[in-house]
Design a protein around this ligand. Sequence first.
Ligand code: GAL
Length: 432
Amino acid sequence: MCPKNCDALPTPPQDMISGMQIRKAVVILLLATTQGWLFTDRTSAAQDAGSEAKYGDTVFQPGALWLDDHGAHINAHGGGVLFVPGKTSQGGTYYWFGEHKVGGELGNTAQVGVRVYSSKNLTAWKDEGIALKVTDEANTDLQRGCVLERPKVIYNRKTKKFVMWFHLELAGRAYTAARSGVAVADQVAGPYSYLGSFRPNARVWPLNAPPTSKYPVGPGDEAELKRIQNTGGPYDGYPTNIIYRRDFAGGQMARDMTLFVDEDGRAYHIYASEENGTLHISQLSDDYLRPAGRYVRVFAGSHHEAPALFKANGRYFLFSSHCTGWAPNAGRLAVADSIWGPWQELGNPWKGPEQKSSVSYGTQSTFVLPVEGHPGAFIFMADEWRPKNAIDGRHVWLPISWEKGQPVLEWQDRWDLSVFKKPGFSRGNTAR
Ligand code: GAL
């Protein structure tokens, strides 16, 4: 079966009169079955697989092919957007950074690097090339074939540098490295210079760890240590309070991630840690290049991925997902009055029929984008992954609406920025 990568069925031959055509039809049927084109449990958002959003369109078409200024589908997956204010009367520009994927399953590893696009209006995106390149040098972090996921870029006003963070897995080592990579540039579109990678917060205890737990693993922890599995997802007996202690000396595991800059200029790295069982929210140093040494554990043992954090009306909201790899699952939403918590889970923010909302319309969150010039307007950005042909992954952007002070996600086939003039679509102060 094919959970996420199912395109439209191939068109069967119209007049099957010759033996050759019959044989061809049988081959197509066999292929269709083995490739999962038939009998799929497709949950895809893009029901019309042929739909295309062309460069110059001013409507968003979630899940459609989204063509850039060269007519190519935008290749920026697991991405995020940075707004750079303009110095001229032309206004500012948005920059969209994401994973450049290639075709086939090879595209689930980094073959090219991080791609960047620019736009004035959020619908028409100009290809700005590769912001950070993988290399052909063996045994280096960015060796082609590594896993480079969910890149995010923020701007540091003090150093005047653009800073990129991403989830890095070393080539040939599957998802075991769980490191954070950092790169820096003077110009927003790069090229970015790679600074290095690490597991964050080595030798630092979480702010919210009870004093009685602030000691590295030792004799007496064997039973708990034995229960640790590296499945990346939940399992019976997941030991909630030991992995951060195991990783105290070498640094905390960091996989799915995002960055968030608060109104006071402080930046935070939010990442899936502890074998994906627990999220960490970790303040960055003033130059945004490393952890500041202050972090909290959030939702210990609840397995969250795909964090996307934003602030509205003085409150912090966090979209995320469950941990089921490329397969979609129910979205998650949480709120807090302080970024340090306590965080309260609010449930699945998706509206609509259970069959679709229970799998987030086939998507997984990646970022929340505050819309310039529309105070309180936010766009939810998500990926519809297609791991069998990674380059074909779709982008799903939806306007966030609000009900009783909580963000809500509702599917729309087509929409434009005028939606934010409608009641229910804007909310209070923003920060990015
Ligand atoms: C997803 C995660 C993606 C990627 C994938 C690999 O859950 O959000 O970024 O890591 O797993 O299976």
